[in-house]
Design a protein around this ligand. Sequence first.
Ligand SMILES: NC(=O)c1ccc[n+]([C@@H]2O[C@H](COP(=O)([O-])OP(=O)(O)OC[C@H]3O[C@@H](n4cnc5c(N)ncnc54)[C@H](O)[C@@H]3O)[C@@H](O)[C@H]2O)c1
Length: 250
Amino acid sequence: MKRFEGKNVVITGAASGIGQATAQRIAEEGGNVALIDINVEGLAATKKIAEDLGMKAWAYECNVAEGARVKEVIDQAAADMGGFDTLCHCAGILRTYHTHEMTFDQWHEIIDINLNGTFYVNHAALPHLLKNRFSAIVNCSSTSALGSHPWMSAYAASKGGVISMTRSLYQEYVKQGLRANCVVPGGIATALHGDFKAPEGADMDLLKGAMPFVGFAKPAHAASVIAFLASDDARYINGTEIRADGGALS
Ligand SMILES: NC(=O)c1ccc[n+]([C@@H]2O[C@H](COP(=O)([O-])OP(=O)(O)OC[C@H]3O[C@@H](n4cnc5c(N)ncnc54)[C@H](O)[C@@H]3O)[C@@H](O)[C@H]2O)c1
């Protein structure tokens, strides 16, 4: 399949995990990629993956929680690529806390990166996306937004906000040719997942409802859903979510 031939795609969280796998999948399918992340080494690795596949790739160091910097970088990516029509926003963090022990700073860190970061990235990308007759946004939510995961009240709230915001964007811009959808991953073996630690004294039984019966998946299994949603194959899918969670919430 070459669904991204002639397309320029901006991908955040591109240094690792689902974002890196998405960049690879899109480059395999003929897309040029602008890669955004705070992790410079990971960005260089992803850039090489895309270039080795014969595609053009640009890398930008950026903290998605810094709105002014996000705008600068996305404008630069648009200038470097000659415009872009697709955004895959994967940057995010997971932290777990007993909610009653969480500090305000810990709450704000998660909301700043996952929710405010999604706003900053979408906000900066929209003027560029809307220059095209058709364009697409795929944001990354989480099963924690739809299920009930313990110790993740801030994370779940941030990812629930991502779903609500994405649906709102769909309605607002549908007549201008924009599709805005979320992928809802769960149980994908990435750095974020590997670093998961339950807070001290946590009762692991509480986590059972979040676990897939089929074991954990690879980043490519979420990337394939993102690539589908970003592609013309999903041209009639708008303002909704697709879970890639091995049936964990079913
Ligand atoms: N792995 C899972 O099971 C799972 C489940 C649900 C949702 N998600 C979501 O998928 C997305 C990708 O996560 P992943 O599992 O690939 O994890 P990952 O840690 O492998 O990748 C996340 C990437 O985001 C980048 N990042 C983090 N904070 C950033 C910031 N402030 N600015 C810019 N970049 C930043 C990291 O450097 C990293 O490259 C995240 O939004 C995550 O919440 C993952």
